[in-house]
Design a binder for this molecule. Structure first.
Ligand code: PLP
Length: 339
C-alpha cells in the first residue's frame, strides 16, 4: 500500500461517511428540493455567521463564482502572488470575469493591510478598478501558512474604507481555526464571502461551499448554473460534507502534529534546504543540488511513498485523514535512506 502524501484531496470516504451518504434524503437541488444540500448550506452559513451558502462541485468553482459576483469586467482583484486563484485556476479570473490581477508579495502568502492599501489604484479612466481583495487561509503555496486574525481585521478595514469586497479562499480554513482557536464566526464577521473545501483535509469525496449575504448567494446560484455546476441529487455528496464538518475538524490537529514530525526529521537531512515554517498540514522544502525532484520522487515511489514536485527544486508533502503515525515513521525511514 502506498503512503500518499500528494495532497489532502486523496482521501477516501470513511465507513461512517459512506453510511450517511447511503442514507441521505435527496431531491432535485436545481429546484432547491434537496433537503440534505439545503441542510449543508444552512449549516455552513450559520457556522460562519453569514446569511446564506451554496454547495458547489469544487473550490475552483466557489472561488470563480465569488470573483464573478464581486466584480465587473475591467475591474481587478488584489491578491498575493501565491494565491490559488492566480496560480491554479487556469487564469479563470480573466476567462469568466474579464478582470485583471494586482499581485502582491506577502510573507509565505500572507498579506498585511499596508500592502493592500498601497496597492489600491486611484479611480482614473485608464486604470482598472480595484474592486476585490482575496486572501487565502491557510495559504497552500505558502506552506499551509495561517493568516493572523489581526491581519484579516486590518485588511477588512481597508476594504470597507475603499469600497472593496473581501473574499476568503478558505479551502483549508478549519486547519487554521483549530490552531488559532478563533471561531468560524470571528472570521465570517470580517469577510464578505468564504469558499470552504470539504474535499481537502475534511475528507469528503467532492464539494465546496460558498457563503455570503442573501443577495450575493442569490446571484452566485445563477452563476453556478451558467458554469454548469447545478447538481441534481447532490444530497448524497452534501451528506458527506455534513459528516465531515461534524467529525473531521478536531482531528486536523493530528495532521498538523504529523507534519511537524516529518519536518523535524527532514531538518536533519543534508540534502534538504529551506523547509517553509510548518503551521498546519503541509510541508514544503527545497532540495540541495544535484538532487532533483524527479530523482527523489522516483526513489520515493519505488519505496511506497507518493508525493509531488512543487517547483523546479521544491517538494510538497501533505498530511490528511488517510495518513497515520506509522506511515509517517515509515516515510521518515525511507527519506533517511536517501544517499
Ligand atoms: C484545493 C484548493 C482550492 C480549490 O480546488 P478544487 O480542486 O477546485 O476543489 C482553492 N483554493 C485553495 C487554496 C486550494 O488548496
Amino acid at each position: 500500500m502506498f503512503i500518499n502524501l500528494l495532497s489532502d484531496t486523496v482521501t477516501k470516504p470513511t465507513p461512517g461517511m459512506l453510511q450517511v451518504m447511503w442514507a441521505a434524503e435527496v431531491g432535485d437541488d436545481v429546484f432547491r428540493e434537496d433537503p440534505t444540500a439545503n441542510a449543508l448550506e444552512e449549516k455552513c452559513a450559520a457556522l460562519f455567521g453569514h446569511e446564506a451558502a451554496l454547495f458547489c462541485p469544487s473550490g475552483t468553482m466557489t472561488n470563480q463564482i465569488a470573483l464573478k459576483v464581486h466584480t465587473r469586467p475591467l475591474d481587478e482583484v488584489i491578491c498575493d502572488e501565491m494565491s490559488h486563484i492566480f496560480q491554479y485556476e487556469v487564469g479563470g479570473y480573466a476567462f469568466h470575469s474579464g478582470i485583471g490581477v494586482n499581485l502582491l508579495r506577502g510573507k509565505n502568502g500572507i498579506l498585511t493591510a499596508d500592502l493592500v492599501a498601497a496597492a489600491v489604484k486611484p479611480r482614473q479612466d485608464w486604470l482598472p478598478v480595484s474592486r476585490l481583495v482575496v486572501i487565502e487561509n491557510t495559504c497552500n503555496k505558502g506552506g499551509g501558512s495561517i493568516y493572523p486574525i489581526e491581519n484579516i481585521r486590518a485588511i477588512c478595514s481597508v476594504c470597507r474604507e475603499r469600497g472593496m469586497a473581501l473574499h476568503l479562499d478558505g479551502a483549508r480554513i478549519f486547519n487554521a481555526l483549530v490552531e488559532t482557536g478563533d471561531t468560524p464566526a470571528d472570521i465570517g464577521a470580517e469577510v464578505d464571502s468564504i469558499s470552504i473545501c470539504l474535499s481537502k483535509g475534511l475528507g469528503a469525496p467532492v464539494g465546496s461551499v460558498l457563503t455570503g449575504s442573501q443577495a450575493f448567494i442569490a446571484e452566485a446560484r445563477r452563476v453556478r448554473k451558467v458554469m454548469g455546476g447545478g447538481m441534481r441529487q447532490s444530497g448524497y455528496l452534501a451528506a458527506a460534507g455534513i459528516y465531515a464538518l461534524d467529525h473531521h475538524i478536531e482531528r486536523l490537529r493530528d495532521d498538523h502534529h504529523l507534519a511537524r514530525q516529518l519536518a523535524a526529521a527532514l531538518a536533519e537531512l543534508p540534502w534538504v534546504t529551506d523547509i517553509r515554517p510548518v503551521q498546519t498540514n503541509i510541508v514544503i522544502f527545497d532540495l540541495a543540488p544535484p538532487l532533483t525532484p524527479a530523482v527523489l520522487l522516483d526513489y520515493l515511489k519505488k519505496n511506497g511513498v507518493i508525493a509531488s514536485a512543487f517547483g523546479p527544486q521544491t517538494i510538497r508533502f501533505v498530511m490528511h485523514l488517510d495518513v497515520t503515525a506509522p506511515m509517517v515513521e515509515r516515510a521518515v525511514a525511507v527519506l533517511r535512506a536517501v544517499v
